[in-house]
Design a protein around this ligand. Sequence first.
Ligand SMILES: C[S@@+](CC[C@H](N)C(=O)[O-])C[C@H]1O[C@@H](n2cnc3c(N)ncnc32)[C@H](O)[C@@H]1O
Length: 143
Amino acid sequence: MRAKLEFGELCAGETVFDLGCGDARVLIMAVEEFGARGVGVEVQQGVAHEAWSNVADHDLDDLVEIRQQDYLETDLSEADLVVLYMTTRTLHAVSDKLKELPKGARIVTHDFPLPQAEWPLSEQSEWTDEEGQRVPLYLYRKG
Ligand SMILES: C[S@@+](CC[C@H](N)C(=O)[O-])C[C@H]1O[C@@H](n2cnc3c(N)ncnc32)[C@H](O)[C@@H]1O
């Protein structure tokens, strides 16, 4: 997770969006270890509640916003960095939505790239996950 945020060049004071944020662990790390703000979008009510609860346990309610909604409906205008953990099919579905990002915003995906015709790759890297597997990372910049 840290590798994704580092590869995305996350800086203190920036806002990172996690589309499909799950339990908000990426956002909690972004705030606690990078000094960022976080916005998580999670469609499943039970999972969004888990995210809210985790954020509250870390006393980060002022710095992490959890939106319980479909990420295709969310406002991306405040994003400096978007992190995605999705399959190729889902990345294709979200690819048009990402065009709403402000100029200069970065996107990091892992395992799978965005559709190349719409999103030319800026940089590629890899990290070794908890199970010792090498996982590709892809970085994009909104022009
Ligand atoms: C694989 S988890 C990733 C969790 C987290 N981003 C991470 O990297 O640890 C994917 C999450 O996306 C959520 N999700 C799937 N489709 C979604 C949608 N259309 N809008 C918002 N959340 C969605 C799922 O409910 C799930 O919690």
